[in-house]
Write a protein that binds this ligand. Structure first.
Ligand SMILES: [Zn+2]
Length: 297
């Protein structure tokens, strides 16, 4: 098997990320005492290659996942032996077979088109679930890891998901936000609490950083926090207005769409545009009506 390209880019001297693979933006940070990985490639051959790339700089001391969505954790399977650090809220949802979007099946959807050489690497479902390599260091609140001359502040920033983390590395003036930021691509809202998410963005805004490595799309400066906030406010306002007009769930899904306004779907997932639009609108409608916004009229 040939070594697949990862399209790695150096954000700083010590930060490596890739924003061009199907799945999230997996990354690693090199230190004076080994490497810290942040999220794993969803595509198995890229997970294997990413591990090798990281280990070429020294042993991987920790693998931190920023959220439980499959595109951030499926590749953990190919990082066995590395200590995995998960927030409790992430751990509790890790590859949950009862999720609305079956994570194992969704990961496999990508294989024929995006990673055909991975077929021999993929275990049967029951073998996978015996040990998908979830966290062994599991915490609530925030956690600080010190590795060599680097500090990793794991900040609990729920909103996009309950166990969401941002990883702040002050020595690199950088933060890895996971999907608290979707950069120049469509935002997935369905497992989210938008009000918490806006609070999470405010927490990230307080950091003294130059580099924002998002969950998806190109690296940004801290100013992009305002763009992401605007996307969240526009979605919420549009669905709140639909509820106020008495639109049904179906009418809201049909009429409230942001296909063109917020950019394409991230790499390889263009076919999910309707899924994103429908479920963003539908899940927000459910939450806003449950709160009673439409009652008492
Ligand atoms: Zn996500």
């Amino acid at each position: 098997m040939s070594t697949p390209s990862l399209h790695l880019e150096n954000v700083t001297l010590n930060i490596y990320t890739t924003t061009k693979l199907r799945g999230c933006n997996p990354s690693f940070v090199t230190t004076s005492d080994g490497v810290v990985s942040i999220d794993t490639p969803q595509l198995p051959t890229r997970a294997v290659a990413m591990r090798a790339a990281a280990e070429s700089h020294g042993p991987i001391r920790y693998l931190i996942n920023t959220e439980h969505h499959v595109d951030h954790i499926f590749g953990n399977y190919w990082f066995k032996g590395v200590p995995v650090v998960n927030h409790q809220g992430l751990y509790d949802n890790f590859m949950d077979p009862n999720a609305a979007l079956d994570p194992f099946a969704y990961a496999l959807e990508a294989i024929p088109t995006d990673d055909p050489e991975a077929a021999p690497l993929i275990p049967d479902r029951d073998v996978y679930y015996q040990d998908p390599n979830k966290g062994t260091i599991v915490f609530t609140g925030d956690l600080t890891l010190r590795v060599g001359d680097h500090t990793f502040h794991l900040l609990h920033t729920p909103g996009h998901t309950p166990g969401q983390l941002a990883v702040h590395v002050p020595e690199e003036r950088a933060v890895f936000t996971g999907d608290t930021i979707f950069s120049e691509c469509q935002t997935w809202l369905m497992t989210s609490n938008v009000d918490q998410w806006i609070e999470a963005l405010e927490r990230i805004r307080q950091l003294d950083v130059d580099h924002v490595i998002p969950g998806h799309g190109p690296v940004q400066s801290i100013a992009y926090v305002d763009t992401q906030r605007s996307v969240l406010f526009q979605w919420k306002a549009a669905v709140a207005e639909a509820v106020a007009k008495g639109w049904t769930r179906e009418e809201t899904i049909a009429r409230v769409r942001f296909d063109d306004a917020f950019g394409p779907v991230d790499v390889g997932q263009g076919y999910m545009m309707d899924h994103i639009q429908n479920n963003n609108a539908g899940s927000l409608w459910d939450k806003l009506t449950a709160l009673g916004y439409a009652k008492g009229r």
